[in-house]
Design a protein around this ligand. Structure first.
Ligand code: PXP
Length: 242
């Protein structure tokens, strides 16, 4: 079964546009669970541009599904994660200027910091996923340093405009997936996945979790979040071979 993690940051982005109390990402998490989400994903960014500390605390208290906290390799955020104890943290790169997480974490470059965070999280019983580009060496080093899973960045696939670009991006994801499975990692995928492009990804046997935000929240504006999640979950069930 392919788990669906719903990223609710985008709900907080709308709220922060007016610095008000609505829409509340905590409500979004509840609605997503009612729609069949297997997990709730949020990113507590260092600049707090969308999810706030209060959100993180309430999500940790109220979410029943798998709670996945995306975080940078930053000691103050790691401290918060250790207090909140989500089921999983996903280590991501973070740049202040970016609109969203643009590339995967360079685990080769940040190996030392990643090892320290993985050790701390494991001591607290928190699983660790690495958000990486689908590059064999990044998968290998993630396994070497003890990560439980990798989340392969699907942005290149999502942004592909030609058949050739699409096939190339899918091939890279497939190689990353196979390498991860051979190294006993759980392999997830995320970024830019939509109702239209999810088919070929979900059809690849081996992925265990997709984390999807923007497309689901965008559809929710028109059909409601519960139905938007249900529709995506139906697509995963339809395309996923096992
Ligand atoms: N996975 C990670 C690690 C991300 O940073 C994001 C974006 O916040 C997502 C998944 C979801 O991406 P999207 O909003 O494009 O579906």
């Amino acid at each position: 079964m392919l788990r669906l993690g719903v990223n609710i940051d985008h709900v907080a982005t709308v709220r922060q546009a007016r610095m008000t109390v609505e829409p509340d990402p905590i409500w979004a998490a509840a609605e997503a669970e009612l729609g069949g989400a297997d997990g709730i994903t949020f990113h507590l960014r260092e600049d707090r541009r969308h999810i706030q500390d209060r959100d993180a605390v309430l999500l940790a208290e109220t979410v029943n599904a798998k709670l996945n906290m995306e975080m940078a390799l930053a000691a103050p955020i790691a401290k918060i994660a250790l207090e909140l104890k989500p089921d999983q943290v996903c280590l991501v790169p973070e740049k202040r200027q970016e609109v969203t997480t643009e590339g995967g974490l360079d685990v080769l470059k940040h190996r030392k910091a990643a090892v320290q965070i993985i050790k701390k999280m494991h001591t607290a019983g928190i699983e660790v996923s690495m958000f990486i580009d689908p590059v064999i060496d990044q998968v290998k080093v993630s396994a070497e340093i003890g990560a439980d899973s990798v989340e392969l960045h699907t942005g290149k696939y999502a942004n592909a405009r030609t058949q050739r670009q699409t096939s190339g991006a899918l091939r890279a994801l497939e190689k990353g997936l196979i390498t991860g499975l051979e190294l006993d990692l759980d392999v997830h995928a995320g970024h830019g996945i939509t109702y239209h492009n999810v088919g070929p990804l979900a059809s690849m046997p081996g992925f265990s979790e997709f984390n999807i935000g923007h497309s689901i929240i965008a559809r929710a504006v028109f059909v409601g979040l519960r139905d938007a999640v249900r529709e995506m979950k139906e697509l995963l069930d339809k395309f996923c071979p096992i």
